[in-house]
Structure formats: structure tokens, C-alpha cells
Design a protein around this ligand. Structure first.
Ligand code: AGP
Length: 608
């Protein structure tokens, strides 16, 4: 996830673009850059680090001009260093891009064979080369971008500026957001509305498969096939604060709703449907190593630990490799048996959690292969690991992890499937069926999100509870733990997650009519056993909230039922966690707690 912006007007644009990028910084902040046409040629300034570093550079080396593009980056391909910062320039073409070009490897190879020299490790730079080549063939900038898009596969919102034309910027969008603002003698486009609000409230949201040319006088929009688009601007009434949260009341709610997109971005370019396999060059686990490794050890804390439990389960059941999941904060202090033949997977949103980092270092010193599953490029855990499988969830602002959790589930699922294929535990046919279902999961998440209002009503009904229980079996037991953690950390309601079968060994004593018990009852291999556990709760008057695929399942058992779409058992947590996140959110919101920054907690825990 990155933020892009383009401005065509009458004012000096560098400060305007910089301010717009500041409004987009929530989308990424590891490096930034800006290109301005000074009337003669393109001038570029780029800097690694926060936007303030670019600001300092511009103060020392100002840019003058009234047409320009800018970018704030959340690295996906290539480290967050200056040469990977956007804009990327080739010949007379500068490009900023948000998204992931899936077929960048093959395109880059082809362009290199044609003699093109690359100066970055990004997927974006190929776009600059392709547009440059097309303009050299005599196409206008608009047509050159159109011709380039025909070659790209993946997600993009791009803004393109040419050195030989200071009057326009060309934009295009597919699966990444892009909005065009229309002011008085000024057009400004950006990834999100907050970047435009100081200039205009009249906006046109571009749709997938559209490209646009903006000049001072207006916008010309067409579909890729040349069909003209005449969509009048709409007026937005959000305050700046609302706009930064995409109109949501809190970042957490926004991030919950971003999950289908985060999942799509994490799967993009890695799921190879035609080959019934996964692209795994990032892993640092060669096919040979995958075949011969003896054990997988997952290390993580908090929510990431719950994702690790999911990974452990799938690595065992799908890849048939012995696997354990360990709390990183405990791992080092028991002189663990770990070393050669072990693949240690360090799971972390931030990539900076001190306990996880220290545990992974310990395992590395003892000879284990380390794989980082992290969301932040170039973070400490990514740097110390032999390989990194990045989740592409984009920056997560709310302290409670939501979209990074589901992106971790997806990454670990892909790891399990990859190992399963290499070890022969998973046939191509079964892998093909699973992968086809996996790419359908984001749509099922969207359906689950559409039920938010119903979940909010349930939250209102239970918001005064002092305690709550979350129960699940099999893969759903990790979901139960995560549901309980979400509720306690943001609403301060005491909550526990349990494997359903454990209830009779103690926790059942807690159940009475005041106890909300959230029961995960998807149609999977654990359903029958789980139903027996729910009967035990009902017999003690527990207030059952059932998460089901089929409504009949919870008849006569549940006070409240939440129906979510069915998926393959292996992917169920990706869908069932959604109502649990929403439930926690709405309980917290109705109780009036500080949802995004709950008391006593920090987003990144860099102390042991
Ligand atoms: C989750 O909502 C928490 N904020 C917390 O448990 C978090 O998952 C944990 O601190 C680990 O962080 P990491 O993923 O950045 O390593």
C-alpha cells in the first residue's frame, strides 16, 4: 500500500504535493519522492525514511513548477532505500505507482534483453520503461499509457508525467484506489480523498480499467477499450479527520473493512492457479530444503502467535511436517532444542517485536533456517532472516491487529501448501482445488463484512458483560483465542479463548446466564464435537452467540446467530474471524473506550 498524488494547476506544486503526501502518509511512510516539471524538464527528489526527510531535502534543493507527481511508499518489492523510492524515471517519463505488478519479472527480463538498464529493485520501474518505449514509437502519453497497461497484470494506480509536456498527467487504475479532484483551474488526483480536500470537494472516483488525462481545465476519462466515461464529480462532505479514516469512525474499523483487499494483495503474484502451485522465490526455502526439513517451529507473540497456531496446524495437516508454535517470549528461556533441519518461522506484523526478534536470533545461532513472515519491509526480523514472506496488508495504525492477522493467516497457508506440494503430501489436484477456493476467500470476507450491522446489534446486547468466553475446535481454536484477545484489549472486558473440548475440564464452572459464550461452529470436521460442547454451555444457561455457515446448526442453542459464507476447512478462520473483530470493535465503541489506542498498550513492543 502506498500513496500517490498528481497536481496540474497554477501554483508552485512541490509544497502542495508534499502536503498531500502528508495526508496519505497513513498508507506508507518508508520513503517518498516527487517529480516536478519546471517548464523545461523533469526534476526529481527522492529520500528514504519518513516524509520529513523529503521535506528537508526539498528545503535544501527546492523544485519549481506547477505540474508534478508524488509518492509515499510502503515497500513491497525492494528495500525502502532511496533508489527504490518513486517516482521512477526512464527517458523522459516519470511514474508513481501504488499496487503490485504481478508479471514484472518476465517484463523486466524482456526489457533487459532489449538493452534497458534498471536502477531499482521495484516492480514499478518497468512501467516507466514501457511508457517511454511507447512514446518513442510516436504514441501520445495517453496512448502510451494505454498500450503499457495492456501488458501489465496486477494491481495499480499510477500517475505518469512526461518531460516533453508540462500540461498534463496521465492516470490509470486497476484494483488500487484513485480519485480525481476538480478545482478552479486546478486538477489534483490522489490515492485518497484527504490529499485533495484543501483544494476541492468535487471528486470523481476512477473505476478499475479506466485511464484519465488531467490538465488545468479538466479530465478526459476513458475505459481501456476506448469507451469514453462521462462521470460527473460528486461532492464529499467529510471532515479532514473523517477522510483520513476513509469515513470510518476509527482506524480499526477501517482496517477490518480493508481485509479483503489486504488478502488479495498478499495472494497476488504468489498463487499460480494454472500450475496448482505457489511462487516461493522469496522464502529462502529451496525445493530441496522443503523436502528435507525435519520440523517447522513458529515463533510469535500476541495476535501473531494466534496466526502461528494456524500455521502449525496447516503445516502438519497439509504438508505432513511436524510443527510447533511457541510464544517467542518464552522460547529463549528454556534452552530449546532447535537447530539444523528446523525451519523457524518468525511471525510478526511489525518485524520489530523484541521477543520474536531475540527468539529468532537464538534459533539462527543454533543453526536453524529462519523465515520471516512480516508486514514491514526491511524490519529487523526481515533483515536477520534467511528469507522473508511479506504480508501486503499495508500499514496498520490501530493497536489491535486485524488486517495483518488475516494477511498472516494467508501467508502461512501459502507456506503450508508450498511445503505440501514439494514433499508430495499434497497432490496437484487437491492443491488446485484449494488454491481456487483461496482466491475466492476475499469475496467471502466481503459478505461477512456486509453483516456488520447485525453484529453491532449483538454487541449492544452484550456490551455490559463483565466476562466472555470464545470457543472453537481444530483451526477455530486459534480463532477463539484471537477473538478473546481482540475483545479484552480494546473493550477491557475480561475474555478467554478455549478449545471447546477443554470446557469440561474447568472453565464450564464460570458459565451462567450472564456469560456471553461465542461459539465457532463452521461446517467442518469438528462441528459435531463442537455442538456437544455448546450443549454443555446451554445446559448451564450460557448466552450462546453462534458463528455458523448454516443457520439450522444453532437452532435452539443460540441467543444470537451470525452466518458467514462457507469455505474450505483450511481457510475457515479467514472468514470466521471477521464477525469476532467486528463484535469486539462495537462492544468497545459502545463502551466508549479508546479503540485505536487502548490503555497500557503499544503498537510495536520493542522491549522484552
Ligand atoms: C494484537 O492486537 C496486539 N496488538 C499484539 O498482540 C501484537 O500482535 C503483538 O504485540 C505482536 O506484534 P507483532 O506482530 O508486531 O510482532
Amino acid at each position: 500500500m502506498c500513496g500517490i498524488i498528481g497536481y496540474v494547476g497554477h501554483e508552485e506544486c512541490a509544497p502542495i504535493i508534499l502536503e498531500g503526501l502528508r495526508r496519505l502518509e497513513y498508507r506508507g511512510y518508508d520513503s517518498a519522492g516527487i517529480a516536478v516539471h519546471d517548464g523545461q524538464a523533469l526534476r526529481v527528489r527522492r529520500a528514504a525514511g519518513k516524509l520529513s526527510v523529503l521535506g528537508d531535502l526539498l528545503a535544501r534543493e527546492p523544485l519549481r513548477g506547477t505540474v508534478g507527481i508524488g509518492h509515499t511508499r510502503w515497500a513491497t518489492h525492494g528495500k525502502p532505500v532511496e533508489h527504490n523510492a518513486h517516482p521512477h524515471v526512464s527517458g523522459g517519463i516519470a511514474v508513481v505507482h501504488n499496487g503490485i505488478i504481478e508479471n514484472h519479472v518476465e517484463l523486466k527480463r524482456r526489457l533487459q534483453a532489449e538493452g534497458r538498464v534498471f536502477s531499482s529493485d521495484t516492480d514499478t520501474e518497468i512501467v516507466a520503461h514501457l511508457v517511454d518505449l511507447a512514446t518513442q514509437r510516436g504514441l501520445s502519453l495517453f496512448e502510451a499509457v494505454r498500450a503499457t497497461l495492456a501488458e501489465l497484470r496486477g494491481a495499480y494506480a499510477i500517475a505518469v508525467l512526461a518531460g516533453n509536456d508540462a500540461s498534463k498527467i496521465v492516470l490509470a487504475k486497476n484494483a488500487s484506489p484513485l480519485v480525481v479532484g476538480k478545482g478552479d483551474g486546478v486538477m489534483i488526483a490522489a490515492s485518497d480523498v484527504p490529499a485533495l480536500l484543501q483544494h476541492t470537494r468535487d471528486v470523481i472516483f476512477l473505476e478499475d480499467g479506466e485511464l484519465a488525462e488531467i490538465t488545468r481545465d479538466g479530465a478526459r476519462i476513458e475505459r481501456l477499450d476506448g469507451t469514453p466515461v462521462n462521470r460527473p464529480p460528486q461532492r464529499v462532505h467529510w471532515s479532514m479527520m473523517q477522510a483520513e479514516r476513509g469515513g470510518y469512525k476509527h482506524f480499526m474499523l477501517k482496517e477490518i473493512h480493508e481485509q479483503p483487499r489486504a488478502l488479495e494483495d498478499t495472494l497476488r503474484g504468489r498463487v499460480l492457479l494454472e500450475e496448482s502451485d505457489l511462487e516461493a522465490s522469496e522464502l529462502g526455502v529451496t525445493p530441496e530444503a522443503a523436502r528435507t526439513l525435519k520440523r517447522v517451529v513458529f515463533l510469535a507473540c500476541g495476535t501473531s502467535y494466534h496466526a502461528a497456531l494456524h500455521g502449525r496446524y496447516l503445516v502438519e495437516s497439509v504438508a505432513r511436517v511436524p510443527a510447533v508454535a511457541e510464544l517467542a517470549s518464552e522460547f529463549r528461556y528454556r534452552d530449546p532444542v532447535v537447530g539444523e533441519g528446523d525451519l523457524v518461522v518468525a511471525v510478526s506484523q511489525s518485524g520489530e517485536t523484541a521477543d520474536t526478534l531475540a527468539a529468532a536470533k537464538e534459533a539462527k545461532e543454533r543453526g536453524a533456517q529462519i523465515l520471516a513472515v512480516v508486514n514491514v519491509q526491511g524490519s529487523a526480523i526481515a533483515r536477520m532472516a534467511h528469507g522473508a514472506l511479506y504480508t501486503h496488508a499495508g500499514p496498520e495504525i490501530g493497536v489491535a491487529s486485524t488486517k495483518c492477522f488475516t494477511a498472516q493467516l494467508a501467508a502461512l497457508t501459502m507456506l503450508a501448501l508450498y511445503l505440501g506440494r514439494r514433499r508430495g503430501a499434497l497432490t496437484a489436484e487437491r492443491a488446485g482445488a484449494l488454491l481456487t477456493e483461496l482466491v475466492a476467500v476475499p469475496h467471502k470476507m466481503r459478505d461477512a463484512l456486509a453483516d456488520a450491522k447485525h453484529v453491532e446489534d449483538i454487541a449492544r446486547a452484550i456490551m455490559h458483560a463483565r466476562d466472555a468466553l470464545f470457543l472453537g475446535r481444530g483451526l477455530s481454536s486459534a480463532v477463539a483465542l484471537e477473538g478473546a484477545l481482540k475483545l479484552k484489549e480494546i473493550s477491557y472486558v475480561h475474555a478467554e479463548g478455549y478449545a471447546g473440548g477443554e470446557m469440561k475440564h474447568g472453565p464450564l464452572a464460570l458459565v451462567d446466564r450472564n456469560m456471553p459464550v461465542v461459539c465457532l461452529l463452521p461446517d467442518d470436521s469438528t462441528l459435531e464435537k463442537m455442538l456437544s460442547n455448546v450443549q454443555e454451555v446451554r445446559a448451564r444457561d450460557g448466552n450462546v452467540i453462534a458463528v455458523v455457515n448454516t443457520e439450522e446448526v444453532a437452532q435452539n442453542l443460540a441467543t444470537h446467530t451470525i452466518k458467514v459464507p462457507r469455505t474450505a476447512e483450511e481457510f475457515t478462520p479467514l472468514v470466521t474471524i471477521v464477525p469476532l473483530q467486528l463484535l469486539s470493535y462495537y462492544v468497545a465503541d459502545h463502551r466508549g473506550t479508546d479503540v485505536d489506542q487502548p490503555r497500557n498498550l503499544a503498537k510495536t513492543v520493542t522491549v522484552e
